[in-house]
Design a protein around this ligand. Sequence first.
Ligand code: NAD
Length: 272
Amino acid sequence: MDDDVSDVDAVVTFEHADSFVGLAWVHCIRAGYDAFPLDTYRDAGTALTNSTGIHGAAVGETALGMMLSLARRLHDYRDAQREREWAPPTWDTPFTLRDERLTVVGLGTLGRGIARCADGIGMRVDGVRRTPTRTPHARTVYTPDRLHDAVADARFVAVATPLTEATRRLVDAGVFEAMRDDAYLVNVARGPVVDEDALIDALAAGELAGAGLDVFREEPLPASSPLWDLDDVLVTPHASSLHRAYHEDIADLVRANLRNRNAGADLLNRVV
Ligand code: NAD
């Protein structure tokens, strides 16, 4: 990355660089700003904005795609296709998503996008959020202290919270125990929100049916990870929000904030 910023007041960036501290404004191209040293920005008077608000459709569709593949066994057929094998499933393996229960943990932009897509094909959606107010497409909304109750009946649990000290390893062995044995985990948030060792243990022990994972404790996912080899685990390379017009969404956000800055108004999506 070219982090020579001696001639500029502001940068638009995926990642933090020490040379950005002291600039007037840094815009993070991601929604998750967990890798930025917030106190350092605050102390330096550098404004930090993020890109929340734009990923709902893409991540919602990716999470729905993962759930559809796991229910309709599309990943099995693709694996068989590579071997030129005609491999119908055993009669009781595929199921339909209609009427299956989904619990979405975190009902911000991502969580609502997932809830909207899932509701659209007839899933029964519940959610977990800190303020348990009514949320579109979710029937029951639980507070985080009732996470175990919220996941107990779900066929799918989708994780969509930011990574904070409160959410680090939020989804741990206790959550996997509370989940049904035929349930699937979908993580499109950040790897460390899930206790990855506990997930691998639960999958190996048959305490969970499978998972759709876009994010991992370490990225790229190391070649040695057992997650690569599990039949009912879908691994995607932190790509759930990507689409060909992503840069246009970011440009709209930055343009709106430039206007705000020039007009002396508050920045949108201001983190610091
Ligand atoms: P957002 O700010 O719109 O929503 C986050 C929601 O999580 C908020 O409603 C917040 O109240 C809730 N939350 C926080 N702590 C919680 C807790 N303990 N329990 C339940 N809910 C809690 O952010 P967003 O745009 O939806 O993104 C969420 C996170 O997803 C980002 O911080 C980022 O790390 C990750 N993300 C991943 C991708 C990807 O490509 N996989 C793309 C975008 C965002």
